[in-house]
Design a protein around this ligand. Structure first.
Ligand SMILES: [Zn+2]
Length: 149
């Protein structure tokens, strides 16, 4: 059944951490009892691992890199009550993101818009279920971001 899910929405998130990559988030999500990372895509900054961040040794080769998380045909676990028809994209970062991350996001969004009939691009905070939880994710003004995409 999962293979036939209808995708018409992209939901943008941030990791709310200064560092991270797919394997780290997968471990965290595992700890919450999920099979796999909840996002379908993760867009890295220069700090894929915690030691890069704490050691102040950025890795510019990872900046803007797009990692695949959960396969698109599988329902994600990123936005309460809105996972069925959406793809979840996570930008690594808390309040600041790099221009390479935004360029990669733009590329990814274009690709997904070609593949699916995307009607909506939203930020996590624009959903009631996020507001109820006090979430401001992705900490980016979505009108500004939609203008950029
Ligand atoms: Zn989120």
């Amino acid at each position: 059944m999962h293979n036939n899910r209808k995708i018409d929405t992209l939901i943008i998130h941030c990791s709310a951490t200064e560092f991270g990559n797919r394997s780290l988030f997968k471990r965290w999500h595992h700890a919450r009892g999920w099979d796999d990372v909840g996002y379908h895509y993760i867009i890295l900054n220069s700090y894929p691992h915690k030691n890069k961040w704490t050691g102040k040794t950025p890795d510019f080769t990872s900046d803007g890199k797009i990692e695949k998380g959960r396969p698109e045909e599988l329902i994600g676990a990123h936005t309460r009550l809105h996972n069925d028809n959406s793809i979840g994209i996570c930008l690594v970062g808390d309040r600041t993101f790099t221009s390479k991350q935004f360029l990669s996001l733009k590329k990814l969004v274009k690709r997904l818009q070609k593949k699916y009939k995307i009607k909506t691009i939203k930020g996590h905070y624009e959903y009631d279920t996020a507001q109820e939880q006090g979430k401001t994710c992705p900490n980016i003004d979505m009108d500004w971001l939609r203008g950029l995409l």
